[in-house]
Design a protein around this ligand. Structure first.
Ligand code: 5CA
Ligand code: ZN
Length: 373
């Protein structure tokens, strides 16, 4: 599994957390089923937003990236996310990225724009003959999302407005790397193609991220990788988590309505309540974080903790089986949580004489939902 990682220019907010928690459930379910899991995640440790933030704050972009990456890892640990096996930066991958862009050029999948000042290199999106299969968006949606999410449709010299940047020739004041392609830095999508191909190879099981990555990012990562490997598909499944908003508005840096995991932790909020609050909705659904979501989750957590400390309850087999079944059904956490709720209510009523059950339910909730009761 490859899950797109953070761009470390600011702290991890609840939207990021929700996405990583969704894929943590996939990871935990596979481990629970006895699979060996190779989980890879990148860090976009060089990109425009990182450079802009560093410039604004008179900070060094490398230091900013390292600081926010360290905070992200602390937040993930506090949230009991089972860590990926490989955690790979874009910067450390640049030598490989340079090699593969050279190959794409040689194969005719990439071209250089005719601009003596900035001879950038672009990917010919028609090369694989399958462009669009990942998102299944129509032309209007592609045009809109490409323009909104970091694309450059109006760049003169491109063969097609939707061709994506592979190598950006050096601009004054920007970090750059010397190479046979010329001095510059990589485009965004090729970073994830290269890291995933190098660690997992083509045809791995799940490519994950938030729904904002369905297009253009995952479409181009797949197209670049398939052009390189000469094989299809890049990933067998593309899974996208819904967007988390705050009190009904999309949580975004431009709106300034971010709820940071680190702030909640500093305020003494139990990370288990954050997990339960985010799992109360389905991972694919866009949903809001509100004070009420957190209060409801904390109350639920208190009841669960009370129940697993009782001397006995109804036998655990049935509820644990239902927990697995609901999670295996496209991570249906609302139903999984309701199954635990039902066992908890019975136990708190004094039903059931199975003295082993409370510990068995607690162990299953720990392993599958990552919640320490
Ligand atoms: N570094 C790239 C991926 S290679 C990136 O998108 N970074 S990010 O920091 O912007 O986002 C990290 C992850 O959180 C991505 O999977 C993104 O889709 C997801 N994400 C961002 N905002 C939200 C949100 N409001 N709700 C849910 N997930 C979100
Ligand atoms: Zn990515």
């Amino acid at each position: 599994m490859y899950v797109c990682g953070i761009t470390p220019y600011d702290a991890t907010h609840l939207g990021h957390a929700a996405t990583y928690l969704a894929f943590d459930l996939v990871h935990r379910l596979w481990l629970d089923a006895g699979h060996e899991v190779h989980y890879v995640q990148n860090v976009t440790d060089i990109d425009d937003p990182l450079l802009e933030r560093a410039e604004r704050d008179q900070d060094d972009w490398v230091v900013l990236g390292m600081r926010e990456t360290a905070l992200f890892r602390e937040d993930m640990e506090a949230l009991r996310v089972v860590p990926p096996r490989d955690f790979i930066g874009a910067v450390e991958s640049i030598p490989r990225i340079i090699e593969v862009i050279g190959k794409l050029l040689a194969d005719g999948a990439a071209y250089r724009v005719d601009d003596p000042e900035y001879p950038d290199i672009y990917f010919d999106r028609s090369y694989t003959g399958r462009f669009g299969y990942e998102s299944r968006y129509d032309a209007e949606q592609m045009n809109r999302f490409f323009a909104e999410r970091g694309g450059d449709p109006d760049r003169p010299g491109k063969r097609d407005p939707l061709d994506a940047l592979l190598w950006r020739a050096e601009r004054p004041g920007e970090p750059s790397w010397e190479s046979e392609l010329g001095t510059g830095r990589p485009g965004w999508h090729i970073e994830c193609s290269v890291i995933a191909l190098d660690r997992l190879g083509v045809g791995f099981d799940v490519q994950g991220g938030g729904s904002d990555l369905a297009f253009p990012h995952h479409e181009y990562s797949a197209a670049h990788a398939e052009a390189l490997a000469g094989q299809h598909p890049f990933a067998r499944h593309y899974a996208h988590a819904g967007m988390i908003g705050l009190d009904g508005a999309k949580m975004s840096k431009s709106k300034g309505n971010l709820v940071f995991v680190s702030r909640l932790r500093a305020a003494g909020v139990d990370p288990a309540a954050i997990r339960l609050g985010l799992f109360a909705g389905h991972y694919r659904q866009d949903r809001s974080w509100t004070d009420e979501v957190l209060e409801t989750a904390q109350a639920r957590l208190d009841r669960w903790r009370d129940a697993v400390r009782r001397p006995s309850g109804p036998a655990a087999d049935d509820v644990v089986a239902r927990l697995r079944e609901h999670l295996a059904d496209d991570l249906d956490t609302p139903k999984a949580l309701a199954a635990i709720d039902a066992w908890v209510e019975e136990t708190l009523r004094g039903d059931g004489a199975d003295t082993g059950a409370p510990a068995q339910v607690a162990a299953a909730v720990d392993a599958l939902l990552g919640i320490d009761l």
